[in-house]
Design a protein around this ligand. Structure first.
Ligand code: 3HC
Length: 287
């Protein structure tokens, strides 16, 4: 019998994490908030699995086998008996604490991990009875493609919990890197100042946005330029991450540039709203 992992949350990251687990042979119990989120989650994972087949990352047969490993529920009691529980609900301390508390009641002996970009793992650990079983597993978007997981440990995280989380990440083909709990961990501390520096250079009219993106792609070998990437992540998500790091550190590098603040206020959030730095038509970059 295969090992069972529970995933909580059916947004972009929940979909991606559930997908990599079922594609790696884990049975997944996928918990959604209500019937509507379950339906949306299933549509999302179906589309993402088809994308993986189209890209030659898996065969049609493997996709069918993977789908057979997935069960959905809206009841916390169904997560009982899991090797691990991975929470990937929206990036809000209150919502995450609420969900983690409910999950903890049905945890049994499982490790419990949160996927967050910048919320303090130590703060979230307050929701749990046994803080030793808890850590952060920070996956990157798109989760099926990105090879890294930051394993974020607190002073309480046990070696056993860290080891089990690492084994799961490795079994999914990811490299796991241990990081001590710190505002923004490592990757987003590097990423946000880079994205914001690009926005400031654009505000100063040093080059056009297309030029700056080309420079990062061809001169630095980044797969996407900073504006393409910011639009891909979502400008609201970038700002939320930056605000969270700024609140904790008061580091000026995390103060959101006016141009990005303006776009967020205007609802121009990037690909998901059809406009950010660029305009998108059917997911493609337009004029
Ligand atoms: N399964 C599901 N979706 C996939 C996929 C797969 N196997 N492979 C690609 N995709 C998605 C992409 O996300 C993209 O989304 P879209 O449909 O909404 O446009 C789409 O497929 C198209 O991909 P393309 O074929 O156009 O492009 P490539 O496959 O060549 O590369 C990419 C796409 C992997 C996104 C590449 O450009 C890349 O690596 N970009 C950088 C991504 C990055 O830096 N991510 C980290 C973000 S920061 C983060 O996650 C931290 C968090 O805390 C915010």
């Amino acid at each position: 019998m295969s090992t069972r992992i529970s995933v909580i949350g059916m947004g972009t990251m929940g979909v991606g994490i559930a997908q990599i687990l079922i594609a790696s042979g884990y049975e997944v119990m996928w918990l959604g908030h209500n019937k509507n989120s379950v339906e949306a989650g299933l549509a999302g994972i179906d589309a993402s699995l088809h994308k993986a087949v189209k890209k030659g990352m898996m065969t049609e047969q493997k996709m069918t086998d993977a789908k057979g490993m997935l069960s959905t529920t809206t009841e916390y009691k169904d997560i009982e008996g899991s090797e691990a529980i991975i929470e990937a609900v929206k990036e809000s301390v209150d919502v995450k604490i609420d969900v983690l508390r409910s999950a903890d009641r049905h945890r049994g002996h499982s490790v419990i991990a949160t996927n967050t970009s910048s919320i303090s793992i130590t703060r979230l650990s307050e929701a749990l009875e046994d803080k030793g079983a808890f850590l952060g597993m920070h996956f990157f978007n798109p989760a099926p493609v990105m090879k890294l997981v930051e394993l974020v440990v607190t002073e309480h995280t046990s070696e056993e919990a860290e080891g089990r989380a690492r084994s799961i990440a490795n079994a999914c083909g990811k490299t796991a890197v241990r990081v001590n709990d710190y505002p923004g961990f490592i990757a987003n501390n590097i990423l946000i100042p880079m994205l914001y520096e690009a926005a400031i250079l654009l505000e100063r009219n040093v080059a056009e946005k297309e030029g700056i993106d080309t420079i990062a792609r061809l001169g630095l070998n980044h797969p996407m330029g900073p504006f393409e990437l910011a639009d891909f992540i979502g400008l609201d998500v970038c700002k939320e991450m930056a605000d969270s790091i700024y609140d904790a550190t008061k580091d000026e590098r995390f103060k959101t540039p006016d141009s990005i603040k303006g776009m967020v206020a205007a609802g121009k959030l990037g690909r998901k709203t059809g406009e950010g730095f660029y305009i998108y038509k059917e997911g493609r970059q337009g004029a």
